[in-house]
Design a protein around this ligand. Sequence first.
Ligand code: DOR
Ligand code: ZN
Length: 357
Amino acid sequence: MSVAEPCDTASDSITIRRPDDWHLHLRDGAILKAVLPYTAAQFARAVIMPNLAPPVTTAAAAAAYRDRILAARPPGSDFQPLMTCYLTDATAADDIEKGRAEGIWIAAKLYPAGATTNAHHGVTDIAGLAPVLERMEKIGMPLLVHGEATDPAVDVFDRESVFLERSLLPLLARHPGLKVVVEHITTAEAADLVRAHAPRVAATITPHHLMINRTALFQGGLRPHLYCLPVAKRERHRLALRKAATSGDGCFFIGTDSAPHVRGAKESACGCAGVFVGATALQSYAQVFDEEGALDRFEAFASLNGARFYGLPPNGGTVVLERRAGKPGAAVAIGDEEVVIFRGDETLPWSIGGGRS
Ligand code: DOR
Ligand code: ZN
């Protein structure tokens, strides 16, 4: 007769402080209302990307957007949006400092012009941004970087590594005290660069870049819902990102880059970049940490490292992740349209349990 193994409760659930999402697209209007409850159920705070149309380039626009986000929260939610300024060639250092002093901005976002969704008002001359970056350096305000070269001659799979060499390393050398987050890193080279410049440089890592490589985009046919920018890279890069995320190193933290687009905009002759991962982010991260035997380091990545980088206290309260199969649901309805949820039609091995706020 065999004796049943006792249940290993320690690894069947994990309780962590409430986490934060340090890179999130919430959009506006009906999409905002539809997707915000998912993020608010998973995260206490989130850094909100400013790439609306038109972009959020002024403190007044950011304050109004923050109010719309707060008004769209589900009843009882204490979710806090942390606002960012969309940098353009015309951004003035004084306006950045004023918005920071007024408690409106947590950071400013650098989109190289044309790099991604609603980035056409972005920066065409990064060196020309020096007065703004010097001021940010002086006041301790982080710069968040979409790290992709926009030269059309550069192969799409090389855009991140080329940006690091041509633009980011010179920027870091010109501004030795500037705090920088390299957003949604996708390559081993980016992880190495961040480690080499920590602690003033950090990186966010998405759930999808930990779970898919570029081959997945073409598995059995074109998979538009897995297309985002920077695009997923080769398997060796995915493995390097998993190593970085699960290392416990303080320079790596959650940034889901959840970026909802309605199905029609994704399944199109010219489909938009972005993966809606807001509903399945924590379940996916927990699965990755479990697979890597690193659940003991999950709280650092999810709830501590980012807060420390931004100089904010960790959240009170907890969230429980359970090794319990769950089906999140395939899509979120938005009027007559819908947004497809990353892995939403799969049975996920980890689910969100209870917790305290
Ligand atoms: O895939 C992406 N989608 N990457 C970005 O940088 C922007 C985002 C969006 O806003 O849709
Ligand atoms: Zn983004």
